[in-house]
Design a binder for this molecule. Structure first.
Ligand code: CTP
Length: 403
């Protein structure tokens, strides 16, 4: 799956003949799973129609601050458009537009959006060879790069003028490949391996019954997605859960019991850089598992339980370079208990959730957590979606590991 999947791409089109290729570019972004909106300079509409682009992108196309033909026209908010974008790709970028971008000129919607956008900006120049070589154009390239914008260099070939040389806009496939590679290369957890546990464990009583708990696995799956989005290779060891994920960077290993989870986790721990254990592992399991279904006889029935292995503690005992994160679900004396677990299990960070907080803990889609570091720094967070909690956790880990 492409790193662009689920991302918001704002495509800026300026008035060069290469604009005709942006129909393919929009298609390829959509095929990669991105959401696409298009902002055009008014003059670029001579080269490709907004209708084509809105049909392909499945979104309205913006080129003016208001729609002049409509008396009730709404203002096209360039700030919102800029904030919506995860990435702004300007292709083709003409000498004229680049010069304006370099100098802060703001005489159309595309330029106003450029000045408001906070996201990474890519520009793919396209022009005739002498224009491309001109000192003024080179000056624009350098200035834009100094702003942190990323240039997708033009290639050599036959140009619209009939001349042959440098100035052809990179082909749509190459633009996509360039952007994907650039994004991946800049992700802070690129090259790191992260081990995550999620969900409950089921401890068999007999062939049809088990002891389990209400953990849904949501929190662990969200952490896996947040880590993969930062470029990490993720091994997600999950107990029985209805959660699914389809991301090339995430390998899901499904297990049932605490012992299965212990074995699977230990297969991967040596080679991982970070381990985050969010699973709700059973602390006890039936000492003897009946091989046949247990028949009801007496009015009471007792199952003898024995302790399971504490997976997190076992990792704390053998960890070397790994950054180890645990969870603590508490009902009373929360901070004290969490700090106790942090020390007892030799952790670098513990995520505390209290069952006294409404919206925290099992099942739901929200959580309210407090991070406690090994040096007892405490970061309390508001009630948030589990997606946001996972992102906060990854940011906390990045901060502590200086990744
Ligand atoms: N954990 C684990 N293996 C176990 C039990 C717990 O890896 N057999 C991990 C959990 O994934 C979690 C952390 O340990 O990251 C804390 O789990 P929790 O149940 O809150 O704490 P316990 O140490 O089991 O203590 P208690 O149940 O007494 O509060």
């Amino acid at each position: 799956m492409s790193i662009l999947s689920g991302k918001n791409i704002l495509l800026g089109i300026t008035a060069g003949i290469a604009a005709y290729k942006t129909a393919s570019l929009v298609r390829l972004f959509i095929k990669a799973g991105a959401n696409v909106k298009v902002v055009m300079t008014p003059a670029s509409k001579d080269f490709i129609t907004p209708l084509t682009l809105s049909t392909l992108s499945k979104n309205p196309v913006y080129s003016t601050f208001t729609n002049e033909e409509d008396d009730n026209a709404m203002w096209n908010n360039h700030v919102e458009l800029g904030l919506w974008a995860d990435f702004f790709v300007i292709a083709p970028a003409t000498a004229n537009t680049m010069s304006k971008m370099a100098n802060g000129t703001c005489d159309n919607l595309l330029l106003a959006t450029y000045l408001s956008a906070k996201c990474p900006v890519y520009f793919a120049p396209a022009m005739d060879l002498d224009m491309y070589k001109h000192d003024s154009t080179k000056h624009s390239f350098e200035k834009l790069k100094s702003f942190g914008n990323v240039m997708i260099p033009a290639t050599s070939g036959e140009l619209a003028s009939g001349l042959v040389g440098e100035g052809r806009m990179a082909e749509p496939e190459d633009i996509i490949a360039f952007v994907e590679k650039d994004i991946l290369g800049k992700l802070p957890l690129r090259g790191k391996k992260i081990l995550i546990t999620a969900g409950p464990t089921y401890e068999a009583i007999d062939p049809v019954r088990f002891i389990g708990n209400h953990s849904s696995g949501k929190m662990g799956f969200e952490i896996a997605k947040a880590a993969a989005n930062l470029g990490a290779e993720v091994i997600l060891v999950s107990g029985p859960s209805s959660q699914h994920v389809n991301q090339s960077m995430i390998t899901v290993e499904r297990v049932k019991s605490a012992q299965d989870m212990y074995d699977e986790v230990h297969k991967h721990f040596n080679t991982c850089d970070i381990a985050i254990l969010s699973a709700a592992v059973a602390d006890y399991r039936p000492k003897n598992v009946a091989t046949q279904k247990i028949k009801k006889k007496e009015s009471t029935f007792t199952i003898e339980l024995e302790k399971t292995k504490d997976i997190l503690k076992s990792l704390g005992a053998i960890k070397k370079q790994q950054f180890l994160v645990g969870f603590a679900l508490e009902t009373n004396n929360e901070l004290e208990h969490a700090k106790g677990k942090l020390a007892a299990k030799n952790l670098d960070l513990i995520v505390l959730n209290s069952l006294n907080d409404k919206g925290a803990g099992f099942g739901g889609s929200t959580n309210k957590v407090t991070f406690i570091t090994a040096s007892h720094d405490i970061f309390a967070h508001e009630l948030k979606s589990k997606t946001e909690v996972a992102q906060d956790l990854m940011q906390q880990i990045l901060k502590q590991t200086h990744a």
